[in-house]
Structures are given as C-alpha cells and as structure tokens.
Design a protein around this ligand. Sequence first.
Ligand code: CA
Length: 226
Amino acid sequence: MRILLVEDHQAIREMIADHLRERGFAIDAFDRGERALAGARIAPVDAVVLDLGLPDMDGMQLLSALRALQPQVPAVIVTARDGMEERLLGLNSGADDYIVKPFNLLELEARLRAVLRRVGTRRETRYTLGEITFDTVSREATVLGKPLDLTRREAALLEELLRVPGQVITKDRLEDRLYALEDAGSTNALEAAVSRLRRKLAGAHATVSIETKWGIGYRLVESPVP
Ligand code: CA
C-alpha cells in the first residue's frame, strides 16, 4: 500500500517514513504542501499522513486540495496543536483520524491501518488462500504452517495479490501500490519481485501460484494438487 506523507520536520518525517517502510508500505514523503500536491498528481495513494502545520500551506487546505484529486482518500492528521477546537475542525474538514505529537509510531501505524480498513473493500488483518496465510500486521506469510522468508517488497506484493485472489491486477496498479516515486525503474523491479516470490512459493511447495496474464498483469491462483 502506498502512503503520501507530508511533514516539514525532517527528523519526524524520516522517522515515520522509515517505520512505515519497514512495515511494508511504499512511502512518498514530502516536506511542503505544494510538492506533495505535485507528487499526488503523478500517482494515486492509498492514504495520507499529514502534518497540520506546514510552512507553505495549512494542512487542512492541503487535504482539501488532495481530496479534489482523490475524493475518498483516507487521512490521518499528525499535529502538535492539541486544542480541542482545532481537532474538531480537522475531523469536520474530512480527516479520518488525528494523532497529537509526540506520538508512538506503533500507534500511528495502528490508526493508519484502521482508516485504511474503514475505506477498503477487503482490508483484513489476515488473508488466506489455499495453504498460504499472510498477516498484514506482523507481515508474516506461512505456507502449510511454515514461515515463508520474504523481503519487505515480496511481502507487499503477496499482500496485494491475496487481497483479490483470482483477479488480475495490472502491472501499473501493482507498481502504484508497491513503489514510491523515488523508486526508479519499477517495471523491471516488479518483474524481478514476482519471479522471486514465485520461486519462494514453489520452494515451499505451495499449490498457490502467480499466473502471468501477458501484457496485462498478474493474479494469484490455486492450482490443483498434482
Ligand atoms: Ca510542521
């Protein structure tokens, strides 16, 4: 899943970005509202994490502008202001949740996942297909009960495929979900990640496999037991 993070405080921005990347999200991080808007015009995101006090614009103004591009995008506001009035103003203006600084990164992550679940079509904490399970919180996959050793990116790929088992996801959509703007050459990277995940699934004797729809994308299918 892909998150737009806007926070002008460098240390806080990097701390949030590092944590969320480690937890399997692709992060587009920006320090200014205008830059974030430019980024959002290039690629859609699954959710927004937004600082209220930005140097070039008010965070709520930015959220309105982002929602003009992506009307339903869920948002978690990160703010140093803890006045009740501002909090209520934030929620009335369409933020889905807010968190006051200083905050715990795990709490921010939990709130982000909660707003993603609220808007999502199928955003569960645990996915299963055949003998594969994937826990979106612990980021652990198992095949026949045994843990599958996956990189962050492979885990994110498996998660996206498991969300819509049997359905083809286009390469463009997968790239949007898995790769942030700063990740260059994502088509080759996606193909490489698919091959690695395929090898690992085969190595674990999974009957679930990734099928290629040439020129379109990929889907996860259960193959009959030989
Ligand atoms: Ca700020």
